[in-house]
Write a protein that binds this ligand. Structure first.
Ligand SMILES: *Cc1c(COP(=O)(O)O)cnc(C)c1O
Length: 398
């Protein structure tokens, strides 16, 4: 299989352990490979294809946009930026947006905001609290904020200025930051994605929000994976009834067109000014149209309520069908961001599921990640469980 992959891509850097299939087209929650084989897509390009594949409303809008204007420059006003920023800030109850193209760029900008926020207050060496199991990206700054040694190691010195604590342990957070005048921000994923689908508890988020208020720290929520309706609310932190100072978005924001965003309010919204930060591609007309239409179609089609309902349906079905199998440790998550943790490493399931016509992924070695398009139907949810169950049984029996 390895030989097959290498033969397929002699000139592409081998940065991914790829499953030896090549996908050619998609429709809804289905994709087909170059040999015509059909797959049910329960991965959605890693929580990216919010509206599934080739959504007729999105296709029409993007075709029109491509034929009108793809890219200009941030030397000029881009009306779509104001449109998408308005839609995002209304839904986030925040005020200002910076646009980029990817998740790591959004987090890089959030880290820059936090550091400059500190420097502007006279803190020469600002420090940001981050978490065990966290994943924030693969640039030098964002991989320094990331926990996984596989991501961090081998590139020389990392960026300093991070304090790492355990998720959901408020006392430890207080102890780790006690008497440290350099702390400027706390940065976390509301549900850790790459780190194994670990949710932050609502009560913990509320306590951290209050601590940040008391200390004058920025609360940064990395909603790159959990945001944009994936959990059934626009942003996952909204389940805890809190509002962060800075929020980063990317994956699901453009339904497959690369778009990233940093949403901010209060003092955090005023930190970056002309010359501080920028992006050539960020906020281009095509990306903005994708974001605007994704939100419009999600609302037209009632996808937040649908995601809550279908997510509950899928999770309880997974719990009843898989939960009692010996070696299934946990079924957890919110909306259509679901993890099934096994008692042993199960990375081989990615390829085995694809062979069985199902696209899923495995994170943190032992957690099956199910993040399908938000348009998933009940019949498709049933099909995910039916395809997954015998594979999980076989892996655990082996
Ligand atoms: C995927 C992800 C990122 C990185 O996004 P890229 O677009 O790959 O740079 C950052 N944070 C979280 C929580 C993610 O899931």
């Amino acid at each position: 299989m390895t030989a097959h992959i290498e033969a397929a891509s002699p000139h592409v850097m081998p940065t991914y352990g790829r499953v030896p299939i090549a996908l050619e087209r998609g429709r809804g929650c289905r994709v087909w490979d170059v040999n015509g084989k059909e797959y049910l897509d329960a991965l959605a390009g890693i929580a990216v294809n919010t509206l599934g594949h080739a959504h007729p409303k999105l296709v029409a809008a993007l075709q029109e946009q491509v034929a009108t204007l793809i890219h200009t420059s941030n030397y000029y006003h881009v009306p779509g930026q104001e449109q998408l920023a308005t839609l995002l800030t209304e839904r986030a109850h925040m005020t200002n947006v910076f646009f980029c193209s990817t998740g790591l760029e959004a987090n890089e900008a959030a880290i820059k905001i936090a550091r400059k926020y500190g420097v502007d207050k006279g803190i020469a060496k600002p420090e940001i609290v981050v978490y065990e199991h966290a994943f924030h990206g693969r640039s030098i700054a964002t991989m320094s904020a990331t926990a996984n040694p596989k991501v961090r190691n081998g590139f020389g010195d990392l960026l300093d200025g991070f304090v790492r604590v355990a998720p959901n342990d408020y006392e430890q957070l207080v102890a780790a930051t006690e008497g440290n005048p350099n702390v400027v921000a706390v940065m976390m994923e509301p549900i850790q994605g790459e780190g194994g689908l670990h949710p932050m508890r609502a009560e913990y988020l509320q306590k951290v929000r209050a601590l940040c208020d008391a200390k004058g720290w920025l609360l940064i929520m990395d909603e790159v994976q959990a945001g944009m309706g994936r959990t059934g609310k626009w942003f996952a932190h909204q389940w805890a009834g809190i509002t962060p100072d800075v929020m980063t978005l990317a994956k699901g924001l453009g339904s497959g067109v690369p778009v990233g965003a940093v949403v901010a309010h209060n003092a955090a919204a005023k930190v970056l000014t002309a010359g501080n930060h920028g992006s050539t591609f960020g906020g281009n007309p095509l990306a903005m149209r994708a974001g605007v239409e994704t939100i419009r179609i999600m609302e037209e089609d009632g996808l937040l309520a649908h995601t809550t309902a279908i997510g509950q349906y899928l999770k309880s079905k997974l719990q009843s069908e898989l939960g009692s199998i010996d070696g299934v440790v946990d079924v957890r998550g919110q909306g259509l961001m679901i993890g099934v943790e096994l008692a042993k490493p199960c990375g081989q399931l990615i390829g085995q599921a694809a062979e069985a016509g199902l696209l899923i992924s495995v994170t943190a070695d032992t957690v099956i990640r199910i993040v399908p398009p938000l348009i998933l139907s009940e019949a498709e949810a049933d099909e995910i469980v039916a395809k997954l169950k015998p594979l999980v049984q076989a892996v655990l029996a082996a």
